[in-house]
Ligand binder design. Structure first.
Ligand SMILES: CC(C)(COP(=O)(O)OP(=O)(O)OC[C@H]1O[C@@H](n2cnc3c(N)ncnc32)[C@H](O)[C@@H]1OP(=O)(O)O)[C@@H](O)C(=O)NCCC(=O)NCCS
Length: 166
């Protein structure tokens, strides 16, 4: 397997992005705020437009897209030094391979290029693997949101994690 490579995704990647997004939401529904059905209802044109205008990245192994992650800057004058990371997912077969770390590195570099100084994310308190990954990537827990999601009567707490970029 070749080393992972990462690039910003564009509208031309819409079908691949949507395929991975739906795989993430069906395989790990408890890890995301969006449901599979909500994401499946988004037309491919809209996905393409979001990719063209946003900051989504993809990690590739052997020319195949194996992971995705989005940087979502907070647009207001007083908050534009901050950005959220969302839709972060690496396919099961590529987990533990360094693909996730390569993806996070590229997102952090991309954030620096647009003046973002602080990365923030939400992660389910039960998602121990993701929390371990984010901690190694330089994030720390700064708070919790009880009842962040309610699904089939089950309430899940989210951790708020933050990383300052130097
Ligand atoms: C979160 C994710 C991107 C991390 O990528 P990854 O390739 O799995 O990450 P790594 O293997 O490099 O690191 C995971 C850490 O969890 C540990 N780990 C491995 N299996 C584990 C398990 N079953 N339970 C808990 N921790 C586990 C690893 O040892 C590693 O710990 P370390 O940093 O102390 O060495 C990936 O697992 C994923 O896409 N998960 C499903 C979607 C998801 O949860 N996304 C995050 C939404 S907020």
């Amino acid at each position: 397997m070749t080393e992972p490579s990462v690039r910003r995704l564009t509208g031309a990647d819409a079908a691949d992005w949507q395929r991975l997004r739906l795989e993430a939401l069906s395989t790990y529904p408890e890890a995301f705020l969006t449901t599979h059905d909500e994401a499946a209802a988004v037309p491919l044109d809209t996905v393409a437009e979001r990719l063209d205008t946003g900051h989504s990245f993809g990690v590739f192994q052997d020319a195949a897209l194996v992971g995705i992650g989005s940087l979502i800057p907070l647009a207001k004058a007083q908050t534009k030094h901050r950005a959220e990371i969302g839709a972060f997912f690496v396919q099961s077969a590529a987990q533990g391979s360094g693909a996730a770390a390569a993806l996070m590195d590229a997102i952090a570099k991309g954030a620096g290029h647009i003046g973002v100084r602080q990365l923030e994310l939400y992660v389910a308190a039960s998602n121990t693997r993701a929390i371990a990954f984010y901690t190694r990537a330089g994030f720390r827990e700064v708070g919790q949101i009880p009842n962040a999601t309610l699904s089939n009567g089950h309430a899940e707490t989210d951790l708020i994690m933050l990383r300052e970029l130097t």
